[in-house]
Design a binder for this molecule. Structure first.
Ligand code: DP6
Length: 351
């Protein structure tokens, strides 16, 4: 199944430093639940962000004993290094040179560390791109298309959602009949010709409702789906949601888009509430913001809506069009007060 990604046995290694950057992404149809080898329980689709990125430099010291040292914003992170070491051992068949040297990895995020913005997505995306850059210098050049696909494949093995960060625009990961070429092994861009213009220019402002450690890691969260009696129905619903999503993306039907995206976010949180042990990932501020968004929409009919990750922060989504100034004013005057420290990360989708 994965033979297309098996690495070349002929390589010449040398000491080399590469640097890459990768953005984060926000899912509209969520990945929550997985099988062995990072196979998703259902397909997902996300928007790639523009400003929220991880910049990574990877120094490879050839012929030194295998070891990994990592620095996050200049501070050594031993736990992260252990995770990367394990990850590198795991992907040796795809990059046969990978254990033949020492690594010094320096990484920094353009967004606050504690913001709850998925740093594993941009982080593993950037690492996978660095690995592919090294691979090309050691084994020879391949096409950009092949390189990106393998980077997406490798990023997935580090963190599932990371595989979607390799491409710009709307990105699908997980096999679905609704998207040609989609795969459980890597992400693919959603076909541009099938996307209405209104979805190509979008804002994502992340309200930092609660900064600090998340109450549940995604590893634990995905694991809880294994014993959740609603899980199969949820996976089925996510698969089914690709049918209306496809129609919506084509037609530009904002009302249906809003309904579907908010439903996906609330379902993710509902699944956590129905897990054993149960988790409530929203905070008071999350609920206040959601209710204010719904009131605002009822009163103004303007397209401001939300999605959520597995945490308390709220991603505010709204198109970049004539309505955006009124929406921005509303966010500043009414929603910002529900954050901990007036924290908001203003991003746009990258197409
Ligand atoms: C809620 O990709 O962080 O953001 O594969 O265990 O690294 P691992 O999980 P991760 O899960 C992300 C879950 C989500 C939804 C999504 O991005 O689709």
């Amino acid at each position: 199944m994965t033979t297309q990604f098996i690495g070349k046995e002929n390589f010449t290694i040398h000491t080399q430093t590469v640097s890459e950057s990768c953005p984060s992404n926000i899912a509209l149809i969520k990945y929550w639940g997985k099988y062995d080898n990072q196979i998703p329980a259902n397909p997902s689709i996300s928007y790639t962000l523009n400003h929220c990125k991880t910049n990574t430099s990877m120094e490879f010291l050839a012929d030194e004993p295998f070891s990994v040292q990592t620095f996050l914003s200049g501070n050594e992170e031993v736990k992260f290094a252990e995770k990367i070491e394990k990850y590198f051992r795991n992907i040796e068949q795809y990059l046969p040179w990978i254990l033949k040297g020492k690594y010094i990895i320096r990484t920094e995020n353009t967004f606050p560390h504690s913001s709850g913005i998925a740093s594993s997505a941009s982080g593993f995306g950037a690492i996978a791109k660095c690995l592919m850059a090294l691979d090309e210098t050691f084994t020879g050049k391949i096409s950009e298309e092949e390189s990106l696909r393998k980077a997406s494949f490798l990023a997935r093995l580090g963190s599932g959602s990371a595989c979607r960060s390799l491409y710009n625009g709307l990105i699908v990961w997980g096999e679905t009949e609704e998207v040609q070429g989609s795969s459980d092994l890597f992400a693919v861009p959603y076909p541009d010709a099938e996307i209405h213009e209104v979805f190509k220019s979008f804002n994502d402002w992340v309200l930092l409702i609660h900064e600090g450690q998340k109450s549940v890691s995604s590893t634990v969260g995905h694991g809880l789906m294994k014993t959740n009696s609603y899980a199969e129905r949820r996976f089925q619903e996510a698969r089914e949601n690709f049918v209306p999503m496809k129609e919506i993306l084509k037609s530009g039907d904002m009302e249906r888009f809003i309904k579907l995206v908010e439903h996906e976010a609330l379902t993710l949180h509902a699944m956590m509430m129905m897990s054993d042990p149960a988790f409530i990932l929203m905070k008071t501020g999350t609920l206040e913001v959601i209710n204010k968004i719904w009131d605002f929409r009822r009163e103004t009919e303007l397209p401001l809506f939300f999605t959520l990750d597995a945490g308390a922060n709220v991603h505010l989504l709204f198109p970049s069009d004539a309505s955006e100034e009124q929406i921005k004013t509303f966010i500043e005057t009414e929603l910002l007060q529900h954050t901990q420290k007036n924290g908001v990360v203003k991003d746009v989708m990258r197409f």
